[in-house]
Design a protein around this ligand. Structure first.
Ligand SMILES: [Mn+2]
Length: 277
């Protein structure tokens, strides 16, 4: 049995199938870890969701910002953008079933895996983990978001979570502010300012970043123990490179014409499939 962590699929169904062929994925034996943004940008969001739903018992999936955007467009009429490519999902006759399933997916996964270097505790979220969060913080905040998303008040939640403020815990004046900040940390974070504030303006490469910004994974991470390994997606411009041994960036920009990447968690071997068309 192997565990394969795969980067942002974003509707790139052909490449997903090809990558699973490359690693000889067997749904009866292996487990997939998917870091979210299953849909949008690529050509085949619906096919991706249908396939992943059909093998959902072999999948560990966390939600990304594009998945949340799709849910909000469907459920509360959030405006669809001109670059959005998930109309196939919206017009699918059983769309409610798929959205209902997405709403049950978590914002983080943590699991201990036996690897060649002994037991490793893997954590996966879509965008990363703020350096000042402990494991307890991650679990508590992520479960609070899930409870809101899958509960009776889910449409209120989907109307609340979009926006770029607040950017720091000290700026939160209401429970809604806390939810929005935490969902942005987990699904949209790239750079932080010196005081830990989220910066949503700069999305480019680290080399060209303004001096007062640093990637969330630079410096000491409260959650990191000797055998901790963090997996995340979302940040295609990194092209898989963090220069950290135990923090792995999985998004290698398949929907931007580059490649879809998987890491086998047992030995950290990387596999990839180039964008096919
Ligand atoms: Mn994303």
């Amino acid at each position: 049995m192997s565990n394969y962590a795969i980067g942002d699929i974003q509707g790139c169904f052909e490449e997903l199938r090809e990558l699973l062929k490359i690693v000889s994925f067997d749904k009866e034996r292996d487990q997939l870890w998917l870091c979210g943004d299953l849909v949008n940008r690529g050509l085949s969001s619906l096919e991706c969701l249908l396939y992943l739903y059909s093998i959902r018992n072999s999948c560990n999936i966390v939600l990304g910002n594009h998945d949340l955007h799709l849910m909000a467009v469907h459920e509360v009429g959030r405006k669809i953008g001109e670059n959005d490519t998930f109309n196939d999902v919206l017009s699918y006759k059983h769309v409610d079933k798929l959205i209902g399933w997405l709403k049950t997916l978590p914002f983080h996964i943590s699991k201990k895996i036996d690897t060649k270097q002994g037991e490793v505790e893997y954590f996966m979220t879509h965008a990363g983990i703020p350096p000042f969060w402990s494991k307890d913080d991650l679990i508590r905040k992520s479960e609070e978001l899930s409870k809101n998303l899958s509960g009776k008040e889910s449409s209120i939640f989907l109307r609340t979570i979009f926006g770029n403020v607040p950017t720091h815990p000290e700026e939160c004046n209401s429970p809604e502010d806390n939810l929005r900040l935490n969902i942005n940390f987990l699904t949209r974070m790239r750079f932080l300012e010196q005081n830990g504030s989220l910066n949503m303006d700069y999305k480019g490469k680290i080399e060209g970043a303004p001096k007062y910004l640093r990637p969330w994974f630079e410096g000491k991470q409260k959650i990191m123990k000797e055998n901790t390994h963090i997996l995340f997606g979302h940040w295609a411009a990194l092209d898989g490179i963090t220069n950290k041994l135990r923090i792995t960036a999985l998004d290698t920009g398949c929907s931007w014409g580059r490649r879809l990447t998987a890491m086998r968690l047992e030995d950290q071997q990387i596999f990839s499939c180039d964008k096919l068309k």
